[in-house]
Design a protein around this ligand. Structure first.
Ligand code: AMP
Ligand code: ZN
Ligand code: FE
Ligand code: FE
Length: 282
């Protein structure tokens, strides 16, 4: 069982990286990828845990991108964490996320919603990539909503009056940066339209032209029609397809191993990578 998309407290998951890897072993995964939003901060602890619990680990990142205002998530597997251009882009995004969260929280506090920047910072993991889920966690802690999902249904959703965007690279450029960093770019949940707008196939064609390797066809946020569309588009563009859980600990219902990737596709990811960042095989 191979699950190539999970989050830890290095971003908006609820479990530290070592616990995510331990949970992967308990869920009987053979291979797990840690793909926190816009950061590699969870990698060292995940590597140590992989050796401890005996599960194979793919080091990755989920890059928040934006194409003409439409959010796109790009998974970058086995990138060189020192590749300067990608690193700079991730740092830019994380900095912008900080000010964006401050502005959202200020707008909310002005309206009497019980949340403060200090609380968000103390609830989020040390050095974590800040995201809307961290605001949600404070609202839950303060009894304003029951869970993250409830917060996202209203005050945190994209069209909310409190919503503030953050800097995010164009996905076509991000594909190029992942390739430059020796990694393998896979578009996450390309047609997950329940949470907001998704890009047209033409944009995915341009991403493929720029070096995209695969589409995450099997994901909880895709219904059968979207899975079929992803399979057909991937086949037309010569891309492989993956399946993953997008596990966030208790922050989302997604369970480890609920969607999986084949060993043949993982072999393609490994053979396309040229970064020196290898799959950890304890
Ligand atoms: P941000 O990147 O700060 O704009 O926040 C988006 C993140 O929030 C995504 O990575 C999702 O994992 C998470 N998210 C979106 N909708 C929900 C939801 N309904 N419940 C829990 N987490 C969510
Ligand atoms: Zn997330
Ligand atoms: Fe995502
Ligand atoms: Fe994700």
């Amino acid at each position: 069982m191979i699950d190539l998309h999970t989050h830890s407290t290095a971003s908006d998951g609820t479990e530290p990286p070592a616990d995510v890897v331990a949970a992967a072993a308990r869920a009987r995964l053979d291979v797990v990828a840690l793909t926190d939003h816009d950061t590699y901060a969870g990698w060292p602890a995940a590597v140590a845990a992989a050796h401890e619990v005996g599960v194979d680990l793919v080091r990755g990142v989920e890059i928040s991108c934006s194409h003409r205002g439409v959010s796109v998530h790009l998974l970058g597997y086995l990138v060189d964490p020192h590749a300067p251009a990608l690193l700079a882009e991730l740092e830019h995004a994380r900095d912008s996320r900080e000010t964006r969260i401050e502005r959202m929280v200020e707008r909310m506090a002005d309206d009497g919603i019980p949340v403060s920047v200090d609380q968000v910072r103390s609830l989020a993991g040390e050095g974590a990539t800040l995201g809307r889920p961290h605001i949600a966690d404070v609202l839950v802690a303060n009894g304003y909503v029951g869970n993250r999902d409830e917060a996202f249904r209203d005050i945190l959703r994209g069209g909310s009056r409190y919503y503030v965007p953050h800097y995010a690279p164009d996905p076509i450029h991000a594909v190029e940066l992942v390739r430059q960093a020796g990694g393998v770019p896979v578009m996450a949940h390309p047609f997950a339209n329940a949470r907001g707008w998704t890009v047209e196939d033409a944009v995915i064609e341009d991403m493929a032209e720029a070096g995209l390797a695969g589409l995450e066809a099997y994901h909880r946020d895709h219904r059968p029609a979207e899975r079929a569309h992803a399979e057909a588009l991937a086949s037309r563009l010569g891309l492989f397809v993956t399946g993953s859980s997008d596990y966030h600990g208790t922050g989302k219902e997604n369970r480890l191993g609920e969607n999986t990737t084949t060993a043949a596709v993982l072999a393609q990811i490994e053979s396309q990578a040229s970064s020196g960042t290898e799959v950890v095989r304890p």
